[in-house]
Design a protein around this ligand. Structure first.
Ligand code: SAH
Ligand code: SF4
Ligand code: F3S
Length: 454
């Protein structure tokens, strides 16, 4: 009998949440005795962790899956798993489309992968998409980086933005307890990780589903309280969080970020549109004036803070004048980075059914205009770094030049400089910035700081 190890491959699409889920699922597979295979063709188990935020993200999956389904005809022992947001959205109907699938599982079931696979190995075709209470995962995730890591703090989303599939596929908000979050961070600190990004689709909602209020009636467990609770975890040098929602963003949070030395001065706050009428039809619950006030407040406390965001162009009915309000907001704020997208009608979302859908041509034209402007403002923002000495946490080798390493400023700007990755990985290096580009910097090392655990 051969005792060849079983091998697995995971392909991940979508956001940081999906990446974090993939790392947890990889941890479960390794605990089950599977070994990682870089080449999906050599794997006995292939898992797609899918994204359905836009139509093109969803379509990519089907073309990959088609190829693997054909392979299964020659290798009946190949196990095919479809996880993530497309799996949740399509459920059972995926089996009709791709009958070769062994397991279809929604994101809420990521921690149950072992049980679900057991049912598959017992000879069943399994669909796990019902809403569940997400159990704490006791498996050690297999993390891609040995320096930076994600920690989920709240799953799901209770908002109802009219364009968005997330509430439908990720379910209602479920916060992890502060103790569980701190315990995971302490373990990361012990393992030598230096940076943690706390994750939630609407991270400002953290804790509103947890019991307990202060004597004044304020919820005990807010994101701000969580930051105070975890900021002194030994070994962790930097703390980030994403994604912020302008509707719930508070001055208390800004104050905490300014006060807590490990919390980085970088805010990812999507605005989606710079026009109040469009924002209303998106059901975002704020105005562009409110958004501007938040940014002003952040800059009042932290003048050098980096601001990034997401924006959508070509929302149904968006007029030329309304689009120009988005351009105006981008020009006025001066973002460090904006992720942009042309509106994509999604299943089970209200805006997809509205009459005033714009043509692909208009959407692409607006996307180009906006991207062009963002390039200009990001380049302007990069200028402030020229000649400055920045603290860079080194993560990896530069993929392009092996004699260089790659890290980030506290404000999240990618930075490259000459150095040996084996010596510098995980170290904080003072780097003098000598070259700037719109979204990255190059510099020279001035001083390497040994990280002292607090
Ligand atoms: N929770 C975050 C972001 C969630 S999805 C927030 O509230 O901002 C990530 C980004 O994808 C969104 O910020 C939005 O810009 C984009 N997006 C979501 N649905 C989309 C759609 N139907 N078409 C185009 N872009 C979309
Ligand atoms: Fe989607 Fe809105 Fe929730 Fe963000 S806040 S995940 S855009 S529904
Ligand atoms: Fe995509 Fe699901 Fe994230 S739809 S963006 S992977 S929450």
């Amino acid at each position: 009998m051969t005792t060849q190890p079983r091998r697995y491959h995971i392909t991940t699409f979508g956001c940081q949440m999906n990446k974090a889920d993939s790392e947890r699922m990889a941890g479960i597979l390794e605990e089950m005795g599977f070994e990682w295979s870089e080449d999906p063709h050599e794997a006995n188990l292939v898992l797609f962790n899918t994204c359905s935020i836009r139509d093109n993200a969803e379509h990519k999956v089907y073309s990959y899956l088609g190829r693997l389904a054909r392979r299964k005809h020659d290798e009946p022992d190949l196990t095919l798993v479809m996880a993530g947001c497309v799996a949740q959205q399509e459920g059972e109907s995926l089996l009709r489309r791709v009958p070769e699938l062994d397991l279809v599982m929604g994101p809420q079931h990521a921690n149950r992968l072992k049980d679900l696979l057991q049912q598959v190995f017992d000879g069943n075709q399994v669909v796990a998409t019902e809403a569940v209470y997400i159990m704490e995962d006791i498996t050690k995730p297999r993390r891609d980086s040995s320096v930076t890591s994600w920690v989920n703090v709240i799953y799901g989303c209770n908002e109802r933005c009219t364009y968005c599939v997330v509430p439908g596929v990720r379910g209602v908000e479920q916060s992890r307890t502060p103790e569980a979050i701190r315990a995971e961070m302490e373990e990361l600190g012990r393992q030598g990780y230096k940076e943690v990004t706390l994750l939630g689709q609407n991270i400002d909602a953290y804790g509103r589903d947890l019991p307990g209020t202060t004597p004044e009636g304020r919820n005990l467990h807010t994101l701000t309280d969580l930051l105070y609770f975890v900021h002194d975890v030994p070994g962790i040098e930097r703390i980030r969080f994403a994604t912020s929602h302008p509707r719930y963003f508070t001055e208390r949070l800004i104050k905490a970020c300014a006060e807590l030395p490990k919390v980085c001065e970088h805010f990812h706050i999507p605005f989606q549109s710079g026009d109040n009428e469009v924002l209303k039809r998106m059901s975002r619950g704020y105005t562009h004036e409110k958004y501007r006030r938040i940014i002003d407040k952040i800059r009042e406390y932290m003048p050098d803070a980096s601001i990034s965001a997401d924006a959508i162009v070509g929302f149904p009915g968006e007029t030329e004048a309304q689009f120009e309000n988005t351009l105006k907001l981008v020009a006025d704020i001066g973002f460090d980075l904006v992720n942009t997208a042309a509106y994509s009608p999604r299943p089970n979302t209200p805006a997809a059914l509205w009459d005033e859908q714009l043509s692909e041509e208009i959407k692409q034209d607006r996307l180009q205009q906006l991207n062009h402007l963002i390039n200009v403002t990001a380049s302007e923002r990069s200028h402030r770094y020229l000649g400055r000495v920045e603290e860079i946490l080194v993560e990896e080798q530069n993929q392009k030049y092996a004699n260089q390493v790659m890290g980030r400023t506290r404000g999240n700007r990618l930075t490259f400089f000459d150095g040996d990755i084996n010596e510098l990985r995980g170290k904080v290096v003072k780097v003098k910035i000598t070259e700037i580009r719109a979204f990255s910097l190059t510099g020279e090392a001035v001083e390497v700081r040994e990280v002292v655990s607090v």
